[in-house]
Design a protein around this ligand. Structure first.
Ligand code: SAM
Length: 313
């Protein structure tokens, strides 16, 4: 409580910065088998999903995240038919995948309670995507599913929570998770993962870039902006044959037209191309990290991040 009002702030990712969101009401709260789940109504961003006290997604700016997580890989692929989503229990990523003429979306989400809560309280995010007959929804651990390597996909989307604290999502950032992802990709497939704030968790952004690079030859990190998180957010995409940063704007535009994708509020072919043009310091940070084989020290916030890693907090 602050000034007598109810506020949410994430468990600190970086101790010296906190984001506070004023909350009108707590709509749902439950300790599931896997995590603490809350859905709150915030003054500024509308309803929001919070897992283990970390904001996951909010109604008013979820499109900035979900459109940019999904459309760059889906439009870069000439004809994605079978798609895998790992995590993504709020349905925001699923809704955007289903805007494409896919045959089937397999979604492996560990927590049934998250899906049921979001189905009820966050229809503006999932848009009833869970009712689409093309969905094959499975409740289980995405890491174990990938370990089993049941089949191959044209596009794989890893939409996990932040690897902070005791979250079931930490395994989705483990080094040996990536070998399985690569094995489950078709020859011209693409895999994308949300890779955290490139300012507040640069070590994670770099680590995932390196993990994907160890199993696939083409790796690109790109950016979006999600104000309810703390601004900049990153994704990292990898492939054997398709460089999503190199697909011509006209090709992207044609594919969007052919697929009838016209309702985007963040993504466009021009935004797609621009998202891969990283700020100089970030491009240098990732290039140095690749050369060193570990997150470089050049990032402006790395001293604090390294100090936190050393402290184990
Ligand atoms: N879409 C969100 C956003 O906009 O940032 C990303 C977070 S999404 C809510 C994360 C989902 O991953 C949650 O539904 C969580 O239950 C799920 N999850 C966590 N660990 C998992 C695992 N090991 N396997 C499958 N799903 C997992």
């Amino acid at each position: 409580m602050i000034d007598g009002g109810l506020w949410h702030t994430d468990d600190p990712e970086v101790p010296s910065q906190r984001v506070f969101l004023q909350v009108r009401d707590v709509l749902y709260r439950r300790q599931s088998q896997y995590q603490d789940i809350a859905i709150v109504d915030t003054v500024l961003f509308g309803r929001a999903l919070i897992l283990n006290n970390i904001l996951q997604t909010a109604e008013r700016d979820e499109f900035c995240y979900h459109e940019m997580l999904v459309h760059p890989v889906m439009v870069a692929h000439p004809a994605p038919r079978r798609v895998l989503i790992i995590g993504g229990g709020d349905g925001g990523a699923l809704r955007r995948v289903l805007e494409h003429p896919v045959e089937r979306v397999t979604m492996v989400e560990i927590d049934r309670d998250v899906v049921e809560a979001c189905r009820e309280y966050l229809p503006t995010i999932h848009g009833n995507a869970f009712d689409d007959p093309r969905l094959d929804l499975r409740f289980g651990d995405g890491f174990a599913y990938v370990e089993a390597r049941p089949e191959k996909f044209d596009v794989i989307i890893v939409d996990g929570p932040d690897p902070i604290g005791l979250t079931p999502g930490t395994v989705l950032f483990a080094p040996d998770f990536y070998r399985g992802l690569a094995d489950m990709l078709e020859e011209d497939g693409l895999v994308v993962q949300q890779t955290e704030s490139p300012m507040l968790l640069p070590a994670q952004t770099a680590a995932t870039h390196l993990h994907l690079r160890s199993v696939l030859p083409i790796v690109r990190t790109y950016l979006t902006a999600v104000q309810s998180y703390d601004g900049w957010w990153s994704f990292t995409v990898a492939s054997r044959t398709i460089d999503p940063a190199a697909v011509e704007t006209e090709v992207l535009a044609r594919r969007m037209r052919e697929r009838g994708i016209e309702r985007c509020r963040y993504y466009s072919p021009e935004v797609h191309r621009g998202a891969f043009d990283l700020p100089v310091f970030l491009r240098h940070f990732l290039e140095e990290s690749v050369a060193l084989g570990r997150p470089a020290d050049s990032h402006p916030l790395m001293p604090e991040v390294n100090a936190r890693i050393q402290r184990g907090s």
